[in-house]
Design a protein. Structure first.
Length: 380
């Protein structure tokens, strides 16, 4: 099977697995155990991994808090800020195309008294920065906008958002789950105060993520969502997942190599080649074609057919998805494409292909051929 669902998850790099293995059995200590060598050994491993992860986003190790993944990071950031600052303001600004980890968290807080503005996007999935500025009030405590969309690959103007947030003295939380490992993230340059990451999106293990929390100016204050022991400066208690953290740190280190940069350039070239081939299918179109997008994402529509039927027809040959892996089990239409106000025919026929580093040049013509064959059959 040709795997084209890297936005859902990536395989662990061989180097990541090798780095993790000793910490399951041989070096099994708890980093919170301060009285013996096993604990010191685990603590040193966590510190080294944290240095690599912090370097990837231009943060300091003290600003990294480990979680179970990006969903928990989003919850900690949004709920934590709201609970800490609700006495000063209850308004949060987000966007209608955000991941459900953000949208569902905001909906939960609305039930607790929060006021949430959901910004619209144009038909390419781009934000209106003027709308963002206009939405800010004296009650606004948080702007929660993603770095890049998981379904369309559309990249938000993060630097401009950060400038607006900093000028208005509002915290800026950015879900960078899909951007990590694909784009150069710099929390200092872009005035990001909180940033969510998940290791399994950049060739690390599942079940471990991180939240960057700005400890400079402004020094972010938030309320912990998991109590018990005061671990990680009280932001997130619980025994650290040492193998997972070691793996995440190794994956972050690999993302900063020249080899990785070359791999991403190759992936973009293959993405463009696949798009060109698929656009020869009559009626096909690329969603968000005119927007700045991640180099590995194709969101393509074949109007007149049902995306689910295309997935079913190709599921022995190619792994790809209809929308987000986090919501596809519910069999609901993509809220991202709906927010872009595209026609129902285009919406129903849209699929997402997301490329990664295990793809080969030999597979490119096979992908195009398989899709042409399947779409043609379904159109008859």
């Amino acid at each position: 099977m040709i795997y084209l669902d890297y936005n859902a998850t990536t395989p662990c790099s061989v180097e990541v697995v090798e780095a993790m293995l000793p910490y399951f059995s041989e070096k099994f200590g708890n980093p919170a155990s301060r009285t013996h060598a096993k604990g010191w050994q685990a603590d040193e491993a966590v510190k080294l991994a944290t240095e690599h992860l912090a370097q990837m986003i231009n943060a300091t190790p003290a600003e990294i808090v480990y979680t179970s993944g990006a969903t928990e990071s989003c919850n900690l950031a949004i709920k934590g800020v709201y609970e800490r600052l609700k006495a000063y303001g209850n308004h949060i600004i987000t966007c209608s195309t955000e991941h459900k980890a953000v949208l569902d968290t905001c909906a939960h807080l609305e039930q607790l008294g929060a006021s949430v503005t959901y910004l619209d996007v144009d038909n390419e999935g781009n934000l209106y920065l003027a709308d963002l500025e206009a939405a800010c009030t004296e009650q606004t405590i948080l702007i929660a906008l993603m770095y890049a969309n998981n379904e369309t690959g559309v990249i938000h103007p993060v630097a401009e958002i950060g400038k607006i947030a900093r000028a208005k003295k509002i915290y800026f939380f950015c879900d960078a789950t899909q951007a990590a490992g694909k784009l150069a993230i710099d929390v200092q340059r872009d005035h990001i105060d909180l940033l969510a990451l998940s290791a399994h999106k950049f060739y690390g293990p599942k079940g471990v993520g991180a939240l960057y929390i700005n400890r400079k100016t402004p020094r972010v204050q938030l309320v912990a969502q998991i109590d018990g022991g005061g671990h990680q400066n009280g932001f997130r208690s619980g025994t650290l997942n040492v193998p997972g953290i070691v793996g995440m740190g190794k994956a972050a280190m690999l993302c900063q190599t020249e080899q990785h940069v070359q791999e991403m350039a190759q992936i973009k070239a293959w993405r463009d080649e696949i798009e060109a081939g698929l656009l020869t299918i009559p009626g096909s179109l690329i969603n968000s074609a005119g927007a700045q997008r991640l180099p590995n994402v194709i969101n393509i529509a074949f109007p007149g057919i049902k995306a689910e039927r295309l997935v079913s027809r190709l599921n022995d040959a190619i792994a790809f998805s209809v929308g987000s892996a986090c919501t596809s089990a519910q069999q609901k239409a993509s809220h991202v494409l709906q927010a872009m106000r595209i026609s129902k025919e285009v919406l129903d026929g849209s699929v997402r292909l997301s490329l990664g580093k295990l793809l080969t040049a030999e597979e490119i013509p096979l992908i195009i051929h398989q899709f042409k064959q399947a779409v043609t059959a379904l159109q008859q």
